[in-house]
Ligand binder design. Structure first.
Ligand SMILES: O=C(O)CCC(=O)C(=O)O
Length: 254
């Protein structure tokens, strides 16, 4: 389950690592079977964001309500590398199903996750894990990342309230200033069961889904257990900044 030194080095150099086929077909099928529970309107504590068209864009907090998704946050194949990267125990900062519906799933502008997490009163000891539940292709709005951009450190973000239904913090201007070369921009193409691990300062974005194929993925963000949020002026709700500090750790003997 642990990564080799070579894999770990690659992660630290590029700020991300895609692991093909990390989950089995059966594991992905079980998650996909439960996706309708996440999408349906209910009075569980799951939080949903919608596109202007009304279709679901994101579902937060499924790991608190749906056992398959809860188990995923503690899956040894995920937790072992997270422990190696964060070098400490950690907890789930939040989880979100990102739903890019066919034709209707809209863009994510260039940003770093820590661009806005800084305002939640934490240091940059967080990371994300993106689990592909559908194929992720050039046509259906796969994630796009700038290799090595986590080494820029956090950039100043501004808020964009017009491009999509969802207010986004973004850094198009920094990306322009950094004179990014085409070769540094990577499309994260993959199949269900592939898993992307990425740094909270990695610059990323994604395009509109113009295809007839949906692109669903689950993103679990983990925070170092010793990096709990300090009090801030405007605390965000629990579905995006969890106050459940359930410690996760992994050891070879476990
Ligand atoms: O799902 C995507 O394409 C990008 C999502 C993202 O960047 C985010 O949720 O912060």
């Amino acid at each position: 389950m642990r990564w080799s030194m070579q894999k770990l080095e690659q992660y630290h150099q590029e700020g991300f690592l895609l692991v093909p086929n990390l989950l089995s077909v059966e594991e992905v099928d079980a998650l996909n079977m439960d996706v309708p529970l996440l999408l349906q309107d209910d009075d569980s504590g799951m939080h949903r964001e919608r596109e202007h068209s009304g279709v679901v864009r994101q579902v937060y907090n499924s790991h608190r309500y749906v056992p398959t998704f809860r188990n995923l946050t503690q899956h040894p194949k995920i937790v072992a590398p997270v422990q190696q990267i964060l070098t400490n125990s950690f907890y789930v900062w939040h989880s979100k199903l990102n739903v890019k519906e066919a034709f209707e799933g809209t863009v994510w502008l260039w940003h770093q996750d820590y661009g806005y997490w800084i305002y939640d009163g934490v240091d940059s000891k967080l990371m994300s894990v993106m689990i592909f539940l559908d194929p992720s292709t050039l046509h259906n709005g796969c994630l796009i990342v700038i290799s090595g951009s986590h080494l820029w450190g956090r950039q100043e973000h501004y808020s964009d309230t017009t491009t999509t239904s969802y207010k986004q913090w973004c850094i198009q201007k920094s990306v322009l200033k950094k004179k990014v070369r085409e070769a540094e921009i990577r499309q994260i193409i993959g199949q269900p069961g592939d898993v992307l691990f990425f740094d909270c300062n990695l610059v990323h974005s994604s395009n509109h889904n113009l295809s007839p194929i949906p692109r669903k993925s689950l993103i679990i963000a983990y925070n170092d257990i010793d990096n709990k949020p300090r009090p801030v002026k405007k605390p965000r709700p629990d579905w995006v900044v969890s106050r459940v500090f359930e410690e996760i750790s992994w050891s070879e003997e476990a």
